[in-house]
Design a protein around this ligand. Structure first.
Ligand code: HEC
Length: 153
């Protein structure tokens, strides 16, 4: 009796240890990867904020609200959130021709930003979407690369 109890304990203890380790590890890796992508998203937002100030704020305003009927808003912009791929193309290639943003017509040309790398475009758009349009998303360099390859001109 005693002997088999001992045996059982001797067997169950390491077994339960292995199980709890398994649980800790599987949970850990799940949380770890989503935490990692949250950290990455936050980094892109931060980098994007600085890049926005350099490349976009002159026209679209420090808060993205635009300027009168000259420069359309990129904050709370129905046009922007309706087609994020199109916005990626505009950030890099500029835009000409009339557009309607939140019910207002705009018709000045936006120059291209040829110097922007795919990473910078991803960071700027991640910033604009998260902080100015309440769209919780992380744009990856590979996304931007694909989209830019297929812009209409
Ligand atoms: C020299 C001024 C200027 C700069 C700098 C500029 N834009 Fe624009 N942007 C415009 C104008 C003007 C339009 C409207 C173009 C039209 O009517 O065809 C526009 C339109 C847009 C649009 C589509 C309409 C909207 O408001 O949703 C997006 C998106 C946009 N710009 C993003 C950017 C981003 C991102 C940057 C920085 C990388 C940037 N722009 C820099 C002038 C500018």
């Amino acid at each position: 009796m005693q002997m088999s109890n001992l045996l059982r304990r001797g067997f169950l203890l390491p077994l339960s240890l292995i199980f709890s380790l398994l649980i800790v590890f599987s949970c850990g890796s799940g949380d770890g990867s989503s935490m990692k992508s949250n950290i990455k998203q936050q980094q892109y937002v931060n980098e994007g904020r600085d890049l926005y100030a350099i490349y976009c704020a002159n026209c679209h305003g420090p808060n993205g609200k635009g300027l009168a009927e000259l420069f359309p808003p990129v904050a709370q912009s129905d046009y922007l959130v309706a087609d994020i791929n199109r916005a990626i193309c505009i950030a890099k290639n500029g835009l000409e021709g009339e557009v309607v943003v939140n019910g207002t017509n705009y018709d000045l040309a936006m120059p291209a930003n040829e110097k922007l790398t795919n990473l910078e475009v991803a960071e700027i758009l991640t910033f604009i979407l998260n902080e100015m349009n309440s769209v919780d998303t992380l744009l990856l360099v590979s996304d931007v690369e694909d989209v830019l390859r297929n812009c209409e001109d």
